[in-house]
Design a protein around this ligand. Structure first.
Ligand code: MET
Ligand SMILES: [Zn+2]
Length: 753
């Protein structure tokens, strides 16, 4: 620590979008991966984006500029590299970083999963007993220096030690390496101090979930240890995405100088509890009251609270009265309060000004990253005595009613009779490659240079291509390939009332992949059929059954920016009713199988156990509300990705879908044991679609043999982990060819089970 620690800046953000306002990084990455441009070119684009961000944040008046929030792929992967946690098998790859992220022809990538309850995905680090940690601070240092050369002092942002280990493959068990990892972090602090860095931000979002006593002890140990480093920057520990709960007093009792609280998601209860509980080191309880400020004598006295009052998750303007109220409460606990966002702005688009098509009434209600920075600055300068409005609880949800389908045995018999499928039926998850031609046509249609009729001809031709390909490859249940969809949520949003879609509102999903979440701003309803004509066209081209493809209500809501004036449950039910109408119309058009995807079912799961059962209950109810209008002879499929399904198995079972396809290959088949108890059809994915790698027939055969050890053959479906839209036709034909051949080998055996 310097003799006098510089004050924490009055205004800051925990992080900023990095993909570029026009997705410049996406283009640069993909061009580099395809060998069309050099590494230097990629680095030049990255440097340009960082420069632009710092300049813009400074222009907007933000005092505390973060650095190291940029990433070429993922900040958790960056942290693994920082700590030297690169598994041996990747070290010889031409580019170990991207080999870990994306795999190579000979090497599967590291696993990827969702970042807390967001739609961002991180790369799961591998930390074993043999991992040799060794600090490689090149990236944060380079960013600090780049910013400094531009005249900006920055605060490097790094994933904190406890969260890093908890997010790694072994989860809490990896805390056995805490001391070794702390050596690296301590060294990093020294390096940053030597560089003249005043503050470092360690992100510890894992602390907003339920933590065991042992895990909380790890928090204490980590920050005692880092706090004791002689020469170091000020320590700012940020805890986005929820309430720190029991971790707050633990953290408060360590020497960290600043604590970042998510006061949007987390609310103010944690602070009040802290005041009531007295100091964390065992002081008498109930001695202090919340009104004891200004600097208070509570556990937060002497610390800076970095108050996350501007939401990094929502796109609505901050209500000044609510923010003022939160800031006033925080000031009762500490003399030093800085204004910030609740989490990194990574989850919102860049700028509302880039959305000229939105109606003015909606635009006026919106704040994207740029606007949020301006709000932070304004709140930091506002007089602390501004009008404060306590948050009001949102109204109670409406009662649900949904008809039920017949028992599974009855449905299965009716469907078997109707569909006459072979053992181990082969299918795909829905999307086929989105060709450049199709994307260009969609852009031309939007720009008005292509007619609706010409565009639709192209969509019909793509459907035909997908159907012909599947027939040639010998799949059993076909799909139309979803060529009319830019995105599985946006497409429905465009056809439902109550949603608006943006032109440039991209947010990073993983690596170079972005999504453009629609904005659900009013009551949702379906003006007319959405997918029926495409399904009908596909079915007219083949005698094989074609699956109708819909996105489920939870996923539509999870991947949209949602209104804040209704309980989430009610919003999801409104969407469920719209999906239910679409199911009814597909069925009436003779579509024999309808898949309602819910890949985001786990995503909205509350991080703390207390809220989980209630959420799952209404989420399952919404799915059943969407699908239970289907006749027994109509086969309902659902699809989920990401192996973290473990946590929500009972809910997935509760969806009562006739067939569930689920990601399995990417996570090495771990899901198999867990889903063995499901009494209905199950398609654990046989290959990972996130990687360009093509599986061989032997590999598929082997995997299916493993599957048949866990599940009865009569219930097993054969399909990839997820949709194919990010792959090329060449990769898809090779992979599906191997998949069908593998299934046929087993089918040919006398008793494959
Ligand atoms: C992220 S899940 C994707 C499901 C969708 N039906 C597709 O195949 O692309
Ligand atoms: Zn999927």
């Amino acid at each position: 620590m310097p003799a006098v620690q510089p004050a924490f800046p009055r205004s800051t953000v925990l992080g900023y979008p990095r993909i570029g306002p026009r997705r410049e990084l996406k283009r640069a990455l993909e061009s580099y991966w395809e060998g069309r441009s050099s590494r230097q070119e990629l680095d030049r684009v990255g440097a340009g984006l960082r420069e632009r961000t710092w300049r813009r944040l400074a222009e907007l008046g933000l005092e505390g500029l973060p650095s190291n929030t940029f990433s070429l792929y993922d900040h958790v992967l960056d942290t693994a590299v920082l700590l030297g946690a690169v598994p041996e098998r990747y070290r010889r790859a031409e580019d170990p970083y991207f080999a870990m992220a994306r795999g190579t022809q000979g090497l599967a990538p590291l696993r990827m999963t969702k970042w807390f309850d967001t739609n961002y995905h991180y790369i799961v680090p591998e930390v074993g007993p043999e991992t040799v940690f060794a600090l490689d601070a090149a990236k944060p240092l380079a960013e600090v220096r780049q910013a400094r050369a531009l005249g900006f002092e920055t605060r490097p942002v790094v994933v904190g030690p406890v969260t890093f280990l908890l997010l790694s493959e072994r989860g809490a068990a990896a805390l056995d390496r805490l001391d070794d990892v702390l050596d690296c972090y301590a060294e990093l602090l020294g390096v940053l101090a030597a560089e003249g860095v005043a503050w470092v931000q360690l992100d510890e979002p894992a602390l907003v979930a339920d933590r065991t006593a042992g895990e909380l002890a790890a928090v204490r140990r980590a920050y005692e240890r880092l706090g004791a480093v002689a020469e170091r920057p000020g320590l700012f520990v940020a805890a986005p995405y929820g309430d720190l709960g029991e971790a707050l007093p633990v953290l408060a009792a360590t020497p960290v100088e600043a604590i970042g609280l998510d006061l949007v998601r987390g609310g103010l209860d944690g602070l009040a509890a802290l005041a009531g509980a007295g100091s964390a080191d065992g002081g008498p309880a109930g001695e202090r009251s919340a009104g004891e400020g200004p600097a208070g004598r509570g556990p937060l006295a002497g610390k800076t609270v970095v108050a996350g009052v501007v939401s990094g998750r929502e796109v609505w303007r901050t209500e000044p009265g609510r923010a003022a109220y939160a800031l006033r409460v925080v000031r009762e606990h500490t003399g030093d309060v800085a204004v910030s966002t609740s989490c990194s702005l990574l989850h919102v688009p860049y700028d509302v000004a880039a959305e000229p098509d939105l109606v003015p009434e909606l635009r006026a209600r919106l704040a994207f990253a740029e606007q949020k920075v301006a709000e932070v600055v304004e709140l930091a300068h506002a007089a602390p005595s501004g009008p404060a409005v306590a948050p009001e609880p949102v109204g109670a949800p409406a009662p649900v009613a949904a008809g039920e389908r017949g028992p599974y045995e009855v449905r299965a018999a009716a469907q078997a009779e109707r569909l006459r499928l072979p053992l181990l039926p082969t299918t795909t998850i829905g999307s086929f490659p989105q060709t450049g031609e199709l994307r260009a046509a969609r852009a031309a249609l939007a720009a008005g240079t292509l007619t609706e009729a010409a565009y639709e001809d192209l969509v019909r031709a793509e459907i035909e291509r997908a159907i012909r390909t599947q027939e040639r490859l010998g799949l059993d249940v076909l799909v139309h390939g979803e060529p009319e969809r830019n995105d599985m949520v946006q497409y429905f949003a465009e056809h439902l009332d109550g949603f608006a879609v943006t032109r440039n509102g991209w947010v990073q999903s993983y690596g170079s992949r972005c999504t453009r979440p629609p904005i659900l701003h009013g009551d949702v309803s379906r003006p007319g059929p959405i997918t029926v004509r495409w399904a009908r066209h596909a079915q007219s081209l083949t005698d094989k059954p074609v699956k109708g493809m819909l996105t489920g209500p939870v996923t539509i809501v999870a991947w949209s920016f949602v209104r804040a004036d209704l309980p989430l449950r009610d919003v999801v039910f409104q969407v469920a009713d719209a999906v239910r109408e679409e199911v009814r119309d597909l069925e009436a058009a003779g579509v024999p199988i309808i898949q309602v995807d819910e890949p985001a079912l786990r995503e909205l799961l509350p991080l703390r156990r207390a809220g989980q059962a209630g959420y799952l209950e209404w989420a399952v109810a919404a799915y059943r509300r969407a699908t239970s209008g289907a006749a027994d002879g109509t086969q309902i499929h659902t699809h989920l990705c990401y192996s973290d399904a473990d946590q929500i198995l009972a809910a997935i079972d509760g969806l009562d879908a006739d067939v569930t396809t689920i990601e399995s290959a990417r996570s090495g088949g771990r899901i198999l044991g867990a889903v063995g108890g499901f009494g209905r059809g199950l398609g654990p994915g046989v290959y990972d679609i996130h990687s360009p790698r093509v599986p061989g027939t032997d590999e598929i055969e082997e995997l299916l043999r493993e599957t048949l050890k866990a599940l009865p053959a009569g219930r097993v479906w054969v399909n990839p982990d997820c949709g194919l839209k990010t792959r090329t036709y060449e990769q898809v034909e090779a992979a599906l060819g191997a998949m069908v051949a593998g299934a046929r080998r087993l089918r040919a055996e006398p008793s494959p089970a």
